[in-house]
Design a protein around this ligand. Structure first.
Ligand SMILES: [Zn+2]
Ligand SMILES: [Zn+2]
Length: 91
């Protein structure tokens, strides 16, 4: 019988865990529960970014400022990309 001990890496912000250090480092920098995150979608450059909005809501929920998140991230992301494409076609 082989017994292997493995390190489990946890995200400091949301508790997500994996066995690969790299993927959790990568996750942590974008984690929506990390107040100092770098946005994977807009690089913290776009105030209209749904991912940033969602992160804001998650942090509020964590802080107890709100009770639920009424936000459909997937739909909002779709709208966001649709708008972006329009923008790029016109200009
Ligand atoms: Zn996380
Ligand atoms: Zn963003």
């Amino acid at each position: 019988m082989k017994v292997k001990l493995k390190n489990v890496y946890y995200c400091d912000c949301c508790g997500k865990h994996t066995l690969t250090k790299f993927s959790i480092i990568n996750h942590e920098s974008h984690c929506t529960l990390n107040p100092n995150r770098t946005c994977r979608v807009c690089n913290n450059k776009d105030k209209a970014c749904p991912m940033c909005k969602f992160s804001e809501l998650q942090l509020k929920l964590k802080a107890g400022e709100i009770e639920h998140i009424m936000y459909d991230l997937q739909t909002e992301m779709k709208k966001y990309w649709a708008k972006k494409y329009d923008y790029e076609e016109v200009y």
